[in-house]
Design a protein around this ligand. Structure first.
Ligand code: MN
Length: 249
């Protein structure tokens, strides 16, 4: 049966080393407070159970290898924060997946940014409201190419870092995740049937802070390349990131 108007193509992310293939995004799940020092920074004890939230699939801002992504400064905030994160790409459907089998469901990994309107998040916390405007806004999930696990093998440790305008902001190791990737998949898949194309942002280490228009964010994880994003002027109606982003000089 025809649609009443043409549906948008699915959100998609480039794949490292495969210039002619894209990873189609089904959903974006995120883990909150998954590094002890970050949890303390956010006012927790460092031992709180992590929890989940989501962003719309089309919040991805895919950044090809060697490019600089263009993220417009979002509306309705004066406190946009960076959170550098390991992203897990799911390649197989599954429900109530035991941790011991969870790695069979991982298609690959990427470097991502869980961009956050922190002022709206703090207000939502205070009012007991939802995080969707704080976390789920347009272009809120910049992400680099997905590296297939067939190439990387399972990642248990590796430096994770973020610089802003060349200055160090976040520096940790993914071995400091409170819930590692198999644990996260086990827990998340109790709440949702995971599907091919799901992305899981696994949580940010300490050092999250504000960014401004014109800032250059450069982050990475050992073995997964680097992600570069420039914060562009405040979003105007109809903003669409340049389909061929600036190449790195
Ligand atoms: Mn986060």
């Amino acid at each position: 049966m025809p649609y009443v108007f043409p549906p948008l193509p699915p959100a998609a992310v480039p794949v490292a080393g495969r210039a002619h293939e894209l990873f189609p995004v089904h959903r974006i799940y995120c883990v909150g407070r998954n590094y002890a020092k970050y949890a303390i920074e956010m006012g927790g004890s460092g031992r709180d159970a992590p929890f989940f939230f989501t962003k719309p699939a089309d919040a991805v801002l895919p950044v090809p290898a060697g490019a600089v992504g263009q993220m417009p400064y979002p509306p309705q905030t004066h406190d946009l924060h960076h959170e550098i994160e390991l992203v897990v790409a799911i390649g197989k459907d599954g429900f109530e997946i035991p941790a011991a089998l969870a790695m069979d469901y991982v298609w690959g990994y990427a470097v991502g940014l869980d961009m956050t309107r922190r002022d709206l998040q703090i207000e939502a916390r205070r009012m007991g409201g939802s995080w969707c405007t704080a976390k789920g806004f347009d272009h809120a999930a910049p992400i680099g190419p997905i590296y297939p696990i067939s190439q990387t093998g399972p990642l248990q440790e590796g430096e994770i870092w973020l610089n802003v305008n060349g200055a160090k902001r976040q520096r940790s190791n993914i071995d400091k995740l409170i819930w590692n990737v198999p644990d996260t998949i086990e827990q998340l898949s109790r709440f949702f049937e995971l599907k091919q194309g799901d992305l899981i942002f696994t949580g940010s280490p300490e050092g999250v802070a504000e960014v401004q228009e014109g800032d250059l964010l450069e982050g990475g994880i050992s073995g997964l390349g680097e992600l570069r994003v420039m914060i562009w002027p405040r979003m105007a109606a109809g903003f669409s990131p340049d389909p061929e982003p600036m190449r790195r000089r």
